[in-house]
Design a protein around this ligand. Structure first.
Ligand SMILES: NC(=O)c1ccc[n+]([C@@H]2O[C@H](COP(=O)([O-])OP(=O)(O)OC[C@H]3O[C@@H](n4cnc5c(N)ncnc54)[C@H](O)[C@@H]3O)[C@@H](O)[C@H]2O)c1
Length: 340
């Protein structure tokens, strides 16, 4: 975890052992069973699910029914927001928590085509209504819905997003600046992803995949200053489970137009790439709230494909911003100036 490395261990983040988990889900497969499934797939060490069985059961008890079901007419949007906000407040009260943060890690939704609020936006509004910071780890709309802009602005709460940067885009945000800084003109940048798991199934829907790919392409446009030819494709391969392969093919020109190609192969495990980032974001955002920071946390762009606010797009610059951010989170007592 990035927040367990040197610059971040002295900025007053909540300890890992103090974290308590709850949430909403639309399916009720128990967490211990999901953990066993991850261990069978080689994502978690064997024996770990049974070692933390009690903790998983406790978190499972804090999962409330998600929603709304497709085509639901039983409640208005505002009533759904109230239900979710009440669940969040109950959780905070029952667990006697000093603070809570709501993080969207639900399946990718297609971008909405009418003015209504998609589920991710209902949860985002509920987070703010319950007085909690909000983080969108997915490409779904969340707080980006125009109808929520006034609420986001007036809530006095910090928020961050969108879409965790864990694989292909992470690599792109490192390689893009390299081509630019070395004055190597990129002619085309094409990518293909093979993935299984729930994300693979959700992204088999072209509308959901379009929401995902927009973020990947934005990183190239921002780091190269131009939009190269080429597309990103996502194929659902259920047999791969949690493991993902991403190929990039980058055609570029060298001195006097010499034509060259860089190809990369990324083979990663989605859950183990994403989980530490989600924990980092929970700790950083809760601490930001404690320190009275409000509005879009653009300094967390290090973690996202399509970051809120105005920040740099290259990973190296984003890391510098994150370190500055950590400095703002320190208690005066532990700030370097205070020791002098
Ligand atoms: N490396 C990564 O894993 C990674 C990186 C960046 C972004 N993401 C994003 O994170 C999200 C989750 O990815 P995943 O691989 O864990 O997917 P997953 O399919 O394994 O899990 C999604 C969960 O969301 C639940 N869900 C669906 N609709 C819901 C709703 N309306 N309310 C509450 N819960 C709902 C599903 O039941 C499921 O438990 C996706 O949007 C994905 O694009 C993941």
């Amino acid at each position: 975890m990035v927040t367990e490395t040197a610059p971040f261990t002295t900025c007053g983040l909540p300890s890992l052992s103090s974290l308590v988990f709850g949430g909403h889900d639309t399916v009720d497969c128990p967490l211990p069973k999901r953990a066993e499934h991850l261990a069978d797939g080689g994502v978690l060490p064997h024996g770990l699910p049974s070692a933390v069985h009690a903790e998983l059961v406790a978190a499972d008890r804090e999962i409330r029914p998600g929603g709304p079901p497709p085509g639901d007419t039983g409640r208005t949007q505002d009533q759904w927001i109230d239900v979710f906000a009440a669940d969040i407040r109950d959780f905070v009260r029952r667990q006697d928590l000093a603070g809570a943060v709501v993080i969207n890690v639900a399946s990718t939704e297609p971008a909405p085509t009418d003015g209504s609020l998609p589920p991710s936006s209902l949860y985002a509004a509920a987070a703010l209504r319950a007085g909690c910071p909000y983080v969108n780890f997915t490409p779904s709309t969340g707080l980006h819905h125009p109808a929520l802009a006034p609420l986001a602005a007036s809530s006095g709460l910090p928020y961050a997003g969108r879409d965790g940067k864990t694989g292909q885009t992470l690599l792109r945000s490192v390689l893009g600046p390299m081509f630019l800084q070395r004055a190597l003109a990129v002619r085309a940048w094409s990518g293909t992803n093979l993935l299984g798991g729930g994300d693979g199934a959700a992204l088999a829907d072209p509308a959901a995949a379009a929401a995902k790919n927009a973020g990947k392409e934005r990183v190239l446009a921002d780091t190269l200053g131009t939009t190269p030819e080429g597309e990103v494709h996502i194929d659902d391969v259920p047999a791969l489970g949690d493991w993902k392969t991403a190929w990039d093919h980058i055609a570029f020109d060298g001195f006097l137009g010499a034509r060259m190609v860089l190809q990369t192969t990324w083979q990663g495990c989605d859950s183990s790439l994403a989980a530490p980032l989600v924990l980092d974001l929970a700790r950083l955002t809760v601490r930001a709230r404690q320190k009275g920071l409000t509005g879009p946390l653009s300094e967390l762009g290090f973690y996202f494909k399509d970051p809120v606010g105005d920040g740099p797009s290259s990973l190296a610059e984003q890391y510098t911003e994150l370190r500055h951010f950590a400095g703002r989170l320190r208690d005066d007592a532990t700030a370097p100036e205070a020791h002098r």
